[in-house]
Write a protein that binds this ligand. Structure first.
Ligand code: PLP
Length: 445
């Protein structure tokens, strides 16, 4: 270790032990150099190193001071080995995104701008917001017309409104047999029956839709054709085109959940192929942050009014402030910048999965922020989840996503977006070691 780093380490130790306290002024660099028998330039590097580590602040003309509170270093790495590592919730957040988002918010500190952001809005938002959202949702050569766009509080509310628009109380909603769990709750609240439809490696099985519909008409279909949660499957073009033909033929409305579509910008949404049948829902919570709620619905023109009514009467309309903030972030390129970084980040994380879980039955799209793991046969998913929890790692068992009455597969969904890449790699190593053991062995720990 170079000299200056060793001296910085000693000072860092003094700060940690309380020998040097918050607000203490460090001696001028020249004096410090003399005291330690080092060059003044080395002293400058010591102080620079302390500032870099967040342990001191330099104030021009006043000197260098010990910081009031030492910030945590890289969070997951600094966590004790038994801290909870979250592979359960899938809300990717990049360390640098808050600075970008903050920079885009300066406008609303001006009263006249804030006043506009606090105006009441309808489900149709504003013309500027619709234009911005149309650009944001564009992918695979498709771009919705701004007039098709409506705004909800978040993605879940957009789904609820679209379901309520199409499916009456007591009605039937077709869903992939493993699906986004909140849809189960929405259906229960709305008094709707879910009809689970089998999924193969290419997505929802079309004959199953036909058979279910023949059995008793489906009022609508909710599906995720792109980077399905939890399976990670993307419906390939031929099946996608056939699905569009089928829903046209059956006159079956579709709610396409495109929440992960931003990670796969080349995929053509089903909404592009069956524009008269499909409502595409999307939101900002994965693109940006979970606490930032804004949902989008791109509706077929003939449906826009009914969907707007559902949003209003359900109390699901977006609020003006997030609508205003999001429009600004879309227009000034912040969302694009964060999304581009997240695509790269997801790839990095999938490479870690490929490396650390090599040899296991993992389904993973290199673009996705999650993967699906069919466990070795000695494990039941619930037992594995409990064993992982004892190692401080939270994961989700398949049962959370099932809609049918049959047995859930012995599988897990791993959400990859929360820990640092290093903590993710370490957690996957732990899970891989666990999966190689037997539940009996693991329970002795
Ligand atoms: C498939 C899917 N759809 C919708 C949502 C909800 O989005 P929002 O957080 O905007 O309600 C999620 C969030 O986890 C999701 O995984």
């Amino acid at each position: 270790v170079e000299d200056y780093r060793r001296i910085a380490d000693t000072l860092a130790g003094d700060i940690r032990s309380g020998r040097l306290r918050a607000g203490d002024r460090l001696p001028p660099q020249r004096r410090f150099a003399r005291q330690h028998g080092i060059a003044t330039s080395t002293a400058a590097r010591v102080y620079g190193e302390l500032v870099r580590r967040g342990l001191a602040v330099g104030e021009v003309g006043r000197g260098t001071f010990v910081r009031s509170a030492a910030p945590a270093s890289e969070p997951a790495l600094a966590e004790p080995a038994d801290a909870r590592i979250d592979l359960e919730l899938n809300f990717p957040v990049l360390p640098e995104q808050n600075a970008l988002l903050a920079a885009g918010l300066t406008g609303v500190s001006q009263p006249e701008v804030l006043a506009r952001a606090l105006d009441p809005v309808t489900a149709a938002g504003t013309a500027t917001a619709r234009e911005a959202a149309a650009g944001l949702l564009a992918r695979g050569g498709w771009r919705p017309e701004p007039a098709q766009l409506l705004f909800a509080g978040n993605g879940r509310q957009a789904i609820a409104a679209a379901v309520a628009t199409h499916v009456p109380v007591g009605g039937r909603l077709g869903v992939e047999a493993l699906t986004y769990p909140v849809v189960k709750g929405i259906a229960a609240r709305l008094g709707i029956t879910l009809v689970p439809l089998p999924v193969d490696g290419d997505g929802i099985v079309l004959d199953a839709i036909r058979a279910a519909h023949r059995n008793a008409p489906l009022h609508a279909l909710y599906c995720q054709p792109t980077l399905h949660n939890p399976l990670g499957v993307t419906v390939p073009p031929a099946r996608r085109a056939a699905l569009a033909d089928l829903v046209d033929e059956l006159d079956l409305p579709v709610i396409e959940d495109g929440i992960y579509g931003f990670l796969a910008p080349d995929e053509v949404p089903l909404a592009a192929l069956a524009p008269d049948r499909v409502v595409l829902v999307d939101s900002l919570s994965k693109r940006l942050a979970p606490g930032l709620t804004l949902g989008f619905a791109a509706a077929p023109p003939a449906l826009t009014n009914r969907l707007a009514t559902a949003l209003r009467s359900g109390g699901w309309t977006a609020a003006g402030f997030p609508l205003h903030a999001a429009t600004g972030w879309i227009e000034n390129g912040t969302v694009d910048q964060i999304v581009t970084a997240k695509r790269l980040d997801a790839e990095v994380r999938q490479r870690i999965v490929a490396e650390r879980l090599a040899g296991f039955a993992v389904t993973a799209d290199p673009r996705a922020y999650h993967c699906w793991w069919e466990l070795p046969e000695q494990w039941r998913a619930e037992t594995f989840v409990a064993a992982a929890a004892r190692q401080g790692i939270a994961v989700t068992p398949a049962a959370a996503f099932t809609t049918g009455t049959g047995h859930a597969p012995n599988a897990l969904r791993l959400a990859l977006g929360t820990p640092t890449p290093a903590a993710l790699a370490a957690a996957l190593d732990t899970l891989a070691a666990l999966a190689h053991r037997t539940p009996e062995d693991a329970s002795l720990d």
